[in-house]
Design a protein around this ligand. Structure first.
Ligand code: SAM
Length: 287
């Protein structure tokens, strides 16, 4: 079936649609809709979409990004929590939802985090492209990225501060648990800022789109993932304390001291000074 193309959604159309349906936006759901055509194109370009791509979109909202994804990718699976927006998308994309050759758009009315935890699907062939609801962006990313079923690419728009944490190099102020849990499996490729005025309504915080690509070879085995998470979380549980002291609460002193000595990590070191590779090596020594 020929895909039915819908013109890009403009701010005036967004306002009209919301008014016509008497939809008051919900701040706690992070409902800031992206209406800037250039920024939407930049996001789609960062995802390097081709007609065979399968895309997971979390929080399609009124669908400005969904529209582009449907034009450029082969299949889109979108998960939206707000039933009013799901109803709207179902009407707008009747053709794509009813495609007899296999649905081009699959729409789920659900909480994305619960959906991901329940869904047995393997996402390794998929790309995540989304303007994430800011309040749940980090748990969604950890759920999806820090697992053996992680998508091959992640292109997400989120709060600038979270973007900085995802991209942070060692010893940066933003370097921490989220950085390491995501960078274990993903390499940061690039990012760009999106000004508040590109959204309706404008958010109170700055936003950025980040692009992360899954590593070709995992740095740790499946069994080593959980110890890695525990080590990272414990090491950063009190950022200004020496990590050896913190780790001693959960691991035998002798084993820890031997591992630190072998890896030439100072017993005085704080977690923020240790690179991802050093955390990986420490995990290998401790488990
Ligand atoms: N993609 C649209 C855009 O770019 O304009 C909307 C993005 S808006 C920042 C976030 C969207 O996520 C909203 O539509 C909101 O209703 C939805 N949302 C919020 N929490 C959600 C959750 N837990 N699961 C799924 N969708 C959620």
């Amino acid at each position: 079936m020929e895909s039915v193309s819908i013109p890009p959604m403009k701010l005036t159309e967004m306002r009209e649609l919301l008014a016509k349906r008497d939809i008051q936006l919900t701040k706690s759901l992070g409902q800031n809709f992206l209406h800037d055509a250039n920024q939407l194109e930049r996001i789609a370009a960062a995802a390097e979409l081709t007609a065979t791509d399968k895309v997971l979109e979390i929080g399609p909202g009124l669908g400005p990004l969904t529209e582009l994804l449907l034009k450029k990718a082969g299949q889109v699976l979108a998960v939206e929590l707000d039933g009013r927006l799901v109803d709207f998308l179902q009407e707008r994309y009747t053709a794509q939802l009813a495609d007899e050759t296999g649905p081009q758009l699959e729409l789920h009315h659900d909480d994305a985090l619960k959906f991901l935890q329940r869904e047995p699907r393997d996402w390794r062939d998929w790309k995540l492209v989304a303007n994430l609801p800011y309040s749940v962006a980090s748990p969604i990313l950890v759920e999806l990225a820090a697992g053996s079923r992680a998508p091959k690419m992640i292109v997400v728009t989120l709060q600038l501060e979270v973007a900085q944490r995802l991209m942070a190099p060692t010893d940066d102020d933003h370097y921490g648990i989220l950085t390491l849990l995501v960078q274990l499996d993903f390499q940061p490729r690039g990012w760009f800022k999106i000004p508040p005025g590109c959204f309706f309504p404008s958010p109170d915080v700055d936003s950025a789109c980040v692009c992360l690509v899954r590593r070709a070879t995992p740095l740790l085995t499946e069994e080593q993932r959980e110890p890695f998470r525990r080590i990272v979380k414990k090491a950063f549980s009190q950022r200004r304390k020496m990590m050896l002291k913190l780790l001693k609460q959960d691991w035998p002193k002798e084993k820890l001291e031997a591992a630190f000595a072998e890896l030439q990590i100072s017993p005085m070191e704080r977690a923020e000074k240790l690179s991802l590779e050093q955390f990986v090596a420490l995990t290998e020594k401790l488990c």
